[in-house]
Design a protein around this ligand. Sequence first.
Ligand SMILES: [Zn+2]
Length: 184
Amino acid sequence: MFDGCQALVLNADFRPLSYFPLSLWSWQDAVKAVVTERVHVLNEYDQVIHSPRRSLCLPSVIALKDYIPVSRRPAFTRFNVFLRDRFTCQYCCQPFPSHDLTFDHVIPRSKGGRTNWANVVTACQACNLIKGCRLPQEAGMHPRTPPVTPSSIQLRENGRGFPPNHLHQSWRDYLYWDSELESV
Ligand SMILES: [Zn+2]
């Protein structure tokens, strides 16, 4: 019944744990963290839940009491490759939703190319098909940005550019993009 009442989760420095996807917890997890005193409550919904012993407003923004260090080396995952490349095909330079994207080995695996940050780029299905198993110079297709290992900070910055569809009013103070949204 409180399904829409997710809580925005901030690190102990009051920045979101993650921007994309935005760090949100279900109301159940948020309440559990409040009851076990692992978080500070910064803002609340109007909805109240009652237990035999106490009543509690559902939290809408919470901050961890213990800081979670942001790891310096981001994991090499499909999602993070897309995020590094800002969900943009590195060949035709068009942005796509993630389900329309795939990744391309700049130097094909059949020619010794490795599966790592320096050789994998985001590509749309069409460009991936056209390039096939050819080298960039053979296909005349070069990635727009030479692929490198991103820093966690860079990924976080990129994630800021992709606000979710739904933003609760109480979250906006803690997010970077609220002023941009309001000017739309
Ligand atoms: Zn493309």
